[in-house]
Design a protein around this ligand. Structure first.
Ligand SMILES: NC(=O)C1=CN([C@@H]2O[C@H](COP(=O)(O)OP(=O)(O)OC[C@H]3O[C@@H](n4cnc5c(N)ncnc54)[C@H](O)[C@@H]3O)[C@@H](O)[C@H]2O)C=CC1
Ligand SMILES: O=C([O-])CC(=O)C(=O)O
Length: 383
């Protein structure tokens, strides 16, 4: 017994990869503009043992194509009514299903089209893999994640440590644009982005940028605006053919890989994501997280690292007029003495109030699923 334990430890020491586990990842919306390249990237991930893909259309073709790639990841495809089978036993479910924007639309305007998709997936997760980590790409993230949480609560399957809105693309863009600005390899730039995933709710925290840098306030404002409007930049450039797909697939693959590294008990895995937040007044907020086999091990909140310093103009960028909203009061209460070292950036109260407006948008919605939908969601009316 002792000998075999010692041998096991020795093997792990000699070959650390031998302790690597392989996980089942399900992609819902896998035939789409994001779903296909995301599946391609996951087919190459050594932490994935089984890649289970689902879509309402063309999924068998995507499966045939992926299955010719010479990696050991096993791929299985599921059609519309087979969502439950696709999800059964999944460790991670990632959802790039739903309509993308066209020029002139806001992300909010996708809510009616995409809320039903998110509710259907959340419902199927609650039945087929309630322990899975569930990560939405579907827009509008700021409202989709809260309604998915409501559905999971109604099914007694909500664990805030396991539900995520993927905001990694904001972080990827922040690294790219700041890397360009500083003439640095963007992979060497680490800039947390907090808040939400729409316009002014996207909040790069320049005071925590690593490496730190000093520049003119005008530059910070310009970089902030570029990061906040980057999605729209792509929507306009694609001129009606959808929104970001390749960069989003890259970002989602990175986020899923981080979830898997956490599940694999790798220490110190960190990502920002839009998740349940600790305050009842502000139930969701994107912040830096430490990931583990539980999903979220620790929410690092807003003063995430020792690198947080005063005196960098970023903390003052894009400051808007004060709004005496619940969110504003909350932030003042939780982070008194704003502007000092180690405290919240001053834009946060503004972002909080914008997020609260998103929640109110969905609170007013009466969700009626399509009449041909025979899923259990027919029973579910969201008011
Ligand atoms: N979180 C983020 O940073 C980003 C989010 N997005 C969002 O991702 C979503 C997908 O974008 P694209 O891939 O470009 O759209 P797309 O239209 O190319 O693909 C969407 C896919 O979802 C499938 N689908 C729709 N309803 C479904 C359901 N109930 N079950 C299974 N599959 C379903 C469609 O058949 C289609 O294949 C959009 O809502 C978009 O706004 C896009 C970029 C960034
Ligand atoms: O802008 C969009 O509609 C898609 C998106 O969320 C992004 O690219 O950040």
């Amino acid at each position: 017994m002792l000998a075999s334990t010692t041998k096991g430890l020795l093997q792990r020491f000699i070959n650390p990869r031998s302790c690597r586990r392989e996980f089942k990842v399900a992609v819902v919306g896998a035939s789409g503009g994001i779903g296909q390249p995301l599946s391609l990237l996951l087919k190459q991930n050594p932490l994935v043992g089984e890649l289970s893909i689902h879509d309402m259309k063309n999924i068998k073709g995507v499966q045939a194509d992926l299955s010719h790639i010479c990696t050991s990841v096993q791929t299985n495809a599921y059609e519309d009514q087979e969502l439950g089978d696709c999800l059964a036993g999944a460790d991670v479910v990632v959802v790039p299903a739903g309509m993308p924007r066209k020029p002139g639309m806001t992300r909010d305007q996708l809510f009616e089209a995409n809320a039903g998709v998110a509710l259907r997936v959340a419902c199927a997760v609650s039945e087929s893999c309630p322990q899975a980590l569930l990560a939405f790409v579907t827009n509008p993230i700021n409202s989709i994640v809260p309604i998915a949480a409501e559905l999971l609560k109604s099914k007694d399957a909500y664990d805030p440590r396991r539900l995520f809105g993927i905001t990694t693309l904001d972080v990827v863009r922040a690294s790219t644009f700041v890397g360009d600005f500083l003439n640095l390899n963007p992979r060497k730039v680490d800039l947390p982005v907090i808040g939400g995933h729409a316009g002014k709710t996207i909040l790069p925290v320049f005071s925590q940028c690593c490496p730190s840098f000093q520049c003119q306030l005008e530059d910070i404002k310009r970089l902030t605006h570029r990061i906040q409007e980057a999605g729209t930049e792509v929507v306009i450039a694609k001129a009606g053919a959808g929104s970001a797909t390749l960069s989003m697939a890259y970002a989602a693959a990175r986020f899923v890989n981080s979830l898997l590294r956490g599940l694999n008990e790798e220490p110190d895995v960190m990502e920002c994501a839009f998740v349940g937040y600790k305050s009842p007044c502000l139930p969701f907020f994107a912040t830096p997280l430490v990931l583990s086999d539980k999903g979220i091990e620790k929410n690092l909140g807003l003063a995430a690292s020792g690198r947080f310093r005063a005196g960098v103009p970023g903390a003052n960028a894009a400051r808007a007029g004060e709004e005496h909203t619940e969110g504003h009061r909350l932030c003042q209460r939780e982070y008194p003495g704003k502007g000092r070292a180690g405290t919240v950036p001053e834009e946060v109260p503004k972002v909080a109030s914008l997020l609260l407006k998103s929640y109110r948008t969905f609170h007013g919605i009466h969700y009626t699923p399509p009449s041909n939908d025979r899923s259990p969601l027919c029973m579910y009316t969201y008011v």
